[in-house]
Design a protein around this ligand. Structure first.
Ligand SMILES: [Cu+2]
Length: 596
């Protein structure tokens, strides 16, 4: 075993999830059921909750416009199969225990141990009618089933399905309830992109921890460990497609990797290294959550940042490499992630203090094979990929409705609970009362404007205040008043990120209470945080999840097209979503608006 590593890296081959290729409209059944899954050859099998018995669940592959009905049969038996531990924060040999393998140590969460398998499935990124969108309160109990309809009438993209149950999604997704869903269309075929094995490979990346027995041996039991002050679980071991630090043999040709960060809370910044050097010139990014870009992009200089639920469609050309060459995919992102950069040349250095004791993600090993003769697409940086959407500009959106949302951390008033994270919906207030958020903005020609907002909703169960009209664009302004990065996910139609701007945030003493928010946010005034607040080239396409860093205001252009109904938007750090960083919105047909 490699020294200090709890499990030997790069020994298990990367598994490919079972494929379920659907070519005609049909009804399929997927069973949510308890199973055993082996995360590493040297680990005992782990009890898990699964879709159809595997971690990850089967990959659904479907052509655009082919509708699919899924009967989700809940056969989850027994209680939550993972160990949930809230251990006091302390260090052993200078390493925060929260992020070490095993050592559940502290108090086990008895309520979690008694959780039966309530579930509701959400197709993340799917253009789905509200009644099939996996509303977090519409649960099935074990023994019940739900029938959901997925039109799949949307751009080709990598979607994923996962549990979305109110309050405890962090446990059931961690426990195994996630799978991939690929929509394909003609444009991808025209480009000659690889479809299916061996040259198209999904990479579902998830951090995991395992419990240990009294002798320190890992038992295989999944361990969700937090400390009392920190709500997020940042697990130390990386799995890809359900295996710890796997290895993939690649032939000397171009591969298409469909990458998803399916972790609860951890953000990855992926760096590909060969012989200890950054090796990014062979990578072209062709798409993100909403499918193909207008034109292909190079990886950002620091590496590929993917927060929870973000996806990347990558072409990686290995054709110049001799058999025996090895490349390693590494993570350089500290946890909790706050947008701070890192030199990719330092990739591979452990950072226990940044809750990154093992930076390895997976290894790629070049082998001989027929790949050298395979017809692989030649797509360079800047190649035209899609023309079915235009990049939106602020000018083209002049005068549209703007809705503002503050991302807020509320300290527990008793001090013995972790903070609550909330999304506070704001409404413009002409008054000058004390409990307002003041946003000072500067437009393109330098003119300053000031808007004041009062807080109109703070909790998930508060009254709906967002009623977007179908077909009408809006700008949603995300104002981060916290010191962490939040990946904000909007259900239904993909959006465009208009811009990400630095802001100086001032919160007076006592400015944040359960119902009120007082702060001054000056957009454009650069805070001294050393973070790059600019959008990366790979954030200019269609997205369904956007990172909002500290000291930042992010404007997204949303437009809901097809389905009227009640949907959700939320932080995709599952521990935040579960602790109320989630809100409803209702999309309305224009014809009904006069009657509302
Ligand atoms: Cu969050």
């Amino acid at each position: 075993m490699r020294q200090d590593y709890p499990l030997q890296p790069f020994v298990d081959p990367l598994p490919l999830p079972a494929r379920r290729v659907v070519s005609d409209a049909e009804r399929i059944t997927i069973r949510l059921r308890t199973a055993l899954h082996q995360y590493h050859r040297d680990l005992p099998p782990s009890p898990v909750w699964t879709f159809d018995g595997t971690v990850p669940g089967p990959t659904i592959e479907v052509r655009r416009g082919v509708p699919l009905e899924v009967r989700w049969e809940n056969q989850l038996a027994g209680m939550l199969p993972i160990v949930v531990s809230v251990a006091p924060s302390h260090e052993i040999d200078g390493i925060p225990v929260q992020n070490m393998p095993g050592r559940s140590g502290g108090v086990r969460n008895r309520a979690a141990a008694a959780l039966p398998g309530y579930a509701v499935v959400h197709l993340h990124g799917g253009l789905t009618h509200a009644t099939s969108d996996g509303w977090a309160e519409n649960l099935t109990a074990p023994g019940q089933w739900a029938l959901d309809t997925y039109p799949n009438d949307q751009r080709a993209a990598l979607l994923w399905y996962h549990d979305h149950v109110m309050g405890v999604t962090r446990y059931s997704v961690y426990g195994g309830l996630a799978g991939l869903w690929i929509v394909r269309d003609d444009r991808e075929r025209e480009l000659g992109l690889p479809e299916g094995p061996p040259y198209e490979v999904p990479l579902l990346i998830q951090d995991r921890n395992f419990d240990a027995d009294a002798d320190g041996r890992l038992t295989g039991d999944l361990l969700h460990k937090t400390d009392p002050e920190v709500v997020e679980a940042f697990a130390p071991i990386t799995t890809v497609n359900g295996k710890v630090w796997p290895v993939l043999d690649v032939e000397p040709t171009t591969y298409r990797f469909r990458v998803l960060n399916g972790s609860n809370a951890r953000t990855f910044r992926l760096v590909l290294a060969r012989d200890d050097r950054v090796d990014h010139a062979r990578i072209v990014q062709i798409g993100s959550e909403g499918g193909l870009f207008r034109s292909s992009a190079a990886l950002p200089a620091q590496g590929l940042i993917l927060a929870s639920a973000e996806r990347a469609d990558l072409l990686v050309d290995f054709s110049d490499l001799a058999p025996g060459s090895e490349l390693t995919l590494l993570n350089t992102a500290r946890a909790p992630f706050d947008g701070t950069g890192a030199d990719p040349a330092t990739a591979g250095t452990a950072d226990p203090d940044g809750l990154l004791p093992y930076p390895e993600v997976m290894r790629l090993r070049v082998v001989d094979g027929q790949g050298r003769d395979a017809k692989s697409p030649r797509i360079g940086i800047g190649a035209k990929l899609a023309t079915d959407f235009d990049r939106l500009t602020r000018a083209s959106l002049a005068g549209v409705t703007m809705r503002a949302i503050a991302l807020v951390e509320l300290e527990s008033d008793t001090g013995d609970e972790p903070p609550m994270l909330t999304m506070r919906e704001l409404a413009e207030d002409p008054g000058d009362g004390p409990d307002l958020i003041t946003v000072v903005d500067t437009d393109a020609v330098g003119a300053e404007s000031m808007r004041r907002y009062r807080t109109v909703a703070t909790r998930f169960e508060d009254t709906v205040t967002f009623f977007p009209t179908l077909g009408v664009p809006e700008i949603w302004r995300l104002i981060n008043l916290t010191s962490d990065t939040h990946p904000i996910h909007v259900h239904l139609d993909a959006f465009q990120v208009l811009d990400r701007r630095a802001a100086t945030v001032v919160i007076p003493q006592g400015g944040i209470t359960a119902a009120l928010t007082r702060a001054t946010v000056t957009i454009g005034a650069a805070p001294e945080d050393g973070i790059s607040h600019a959008l990366d080239d790979n954030e200019l396409g269609l997205k369904d999840t956007v990172r909002v860093n500290p000291n930042e205001v992010v404007d997204i252009a949303v437009r809901f097209e097809s389905f009227a109904g009640r949907f959700m938007y939320h932080c995709h750090i599952l521990e935040h979503e579960d602790r109320d960083m989630m809100r409803p919105f209702v999309t309305m047909p224009a014809e009904l608006m006069p009657f509302m």
